[in-house]
Design a protein around this ligand. Structure first.
Ligand code: MN
Ligand code: MN
Length: 462
């Protein structure tokens, strides 16, 4: 009976039981690079800038229409500084399709409003409007740093980054002391901290002299000294507060990584690293770093934008290929994080079908909510292709789903790729505390995500 069970049953195994010492060293090495990337790129704009710098160091050039698209050519296209497309031209023409890997580089965070600055009771604050799905109570009493740009009337754009370096000041949203929280603690988690309550403390020293709003004046005077801006300039600013925690290893065994933005920079970095590692690919490999996924992939820099089609159309035109013929034969890994099964909250999960920490790259055939609403639901043939590919290439992976049926749900960029007539499936790193200011992933899963994407890039197709 044991023999028959061995033959017929399917029991997933912990990833660490499936790799050797050499691969353990490789994964540590890979994760050192990822930790640096995550620590440096705190916003989509910073992720784009850093990715371009890394790409140029590796021979990528900005796409121009006069470039001859020879196999091996490495190009990138910067979409308004907020999303990025990179490609390595393959040996086969684009009429044979391309291999896409698409991740997003925006995060849940607190954006400043366009009229953010105010003073009350001799303290100065920024008003915020949260971006993406957050649990508001998680954003109080943690150190925050400020990033973004101020675009001036003159056309000049000023980059802002305050609080990331250890010696720079941070910012914070205060919370009520428990001694006086009798009413607050009766409220639900959704109501205890409100959206309009997320106001960031930014100063308390009054400007010398008499009159009102002296703390606000002191803050503006400092901003004017440092950046040459005044209050009106906030109207055309894009500033965001993100957690000021350094990325770090977690656990006695250092097997996990804690930090802000694993969703979805753990996949974005895996795609970049895989694209950089690609050698003489059969098919053209494209790395998509998209913006606005957390608010529905809208806008010019989101995955629903035609910016992506424009870039691909240019590549296709250079080879006399029609874009729709390329898409029809293409394959896309929509690389986004999945929810890792959390033993502290088992009630939301159906254990057999949830991704688990250290079980490798998580594949989601479908996401969505209720009756699979809002998912592109990849076909069985695509899953079979990945089983074949990953077994051949030694990629440890697992099948995943997003919680119990009717527990909630979510989506990714997958459906927008599939809607373009591209065979698409979700794949990514399982995350604990997703969308929290401090998320946790396993090094093993990050590394296997990289390996999985690289396998897809190097493969000649389904
Ligand atoms: Mn995501
Ligand atoms: Mn997300």
């Amino acid at each position: 009976m044991d023999e028959l069970k061995e033959q017929l049953f399917f029991e997933p195994k912990n990833g660490y039981d499936r790799i050797d010492t050499q691969e353990r060293l490789a994964l540590e090495d890979y994760c050192r690079g990822y930790i640096r990337f995550l620590d440096e790129a705190r916003t989509e704009r910073e992720a784009v800038a850093l990715a371009i710098q890394m790409a140029e160091e590796r021979g990528f050039v900005e796409y121009r229409s006069d470039l001859e698209l020879k196999p091996g050519l490495r190009v990138y296209k910067n979409i308004r500084g907020k999303s990025l497309l990179l490609a390595v031209i393959g040996k086969k023409p684009l009429s044979e399709g391309a291999v896409f890997a698409g991740a997003h580089i925006d995060n849940p965070r607190l954006d400043l409003k366009q009229m953010p600055l105010y003073e009350t009771d001799e303290m100065a604050y920024f008003k915020t409007h949260y971006y993406g799905g957050i649990k508001k109570y998680q954003w109080v009493t943690i150190p925050l740093e400020l990033h973004g740009v101020v675009a001036l009337k003159s056309g000049e754009v000023i980059n802002v980054s305050i609080g990331h370096e250890p010696d720079e000041p941070k910012f914070v949203i205060t919370d009520l002391l428990p001694h006086l929280a009798k009413d607050q603690i009766q409220k639900t988690l959704a109501e205890g901290i409100t959206g309009e309550g997320l106001n960031i403390l930014i100063g308390s020293t009054p400007y010398a002299g008499e009159g009102k709003d002296r703390v606000k004046l002191a803050v503006l005077s400092m901003l004017n000294d440092d950046y040459g801006i005044n209050e009106e300039d906030f109207l055309s600013a894009e500033l965001m507060a993100v957690p000021a925690f350094p990325v770090c290893e977690i656990g006695f065994d250092r097997s996990l990584i804690g930090g802000f933005g694993h969703d979805d920079r753990s996949c974005a970095y895996a795609q970049l690293a895989a694209l950089f590692a690609v050698e003489d690919p059969e098919r053209t490999c494209v790395c998509i770093l998209a913006d606005k996924e957390e608010i529905g992939s809208e806008g010019v820099s989101g995955m629903q934008s035609q910016a992506f089609d424009c870039f691909m159309e240019d590549l296709c035109a250079a080879q006399n290929v029609r874009l729709r013929h390329c898409f029809e034969k293409s394959f896309c890994l929509s690389c986004d994080v999945s929810n890792a099964f959390d033993p502290l909250y088992p009630e939301v999960s159906e254990k057999r079908n949830e991704s688990r920490v250290n079980y490798g790259l998580a594949i989601l055939k479908y996401t969505g909510a209720r009756g699979k609403s809002g998912t592109s639901d990849a076909s069985a043939e695509i899953v079979a292709y990945l089983r074949r590919l990953f077994e051949r290439e030694g990629v440890v992976w697992q099948m995943a789903a997003l919680g119990k049926v009717d527990q909630g749900g979510g989506g990714t960029i997958a459906k927008y790729m599939a809607n373009r007539n591209i065979d698409t499936i979700d794949a990514g790193v399982p995350v604990l505390s997703m969308h929290a200011p401090f998320e946790v992933v396993s090094k093993f899963d990050c590394y296997m995500t990289y390996k999985g994407i690289l396998a897809a890039y190097q493969d000649s197709g389904m």
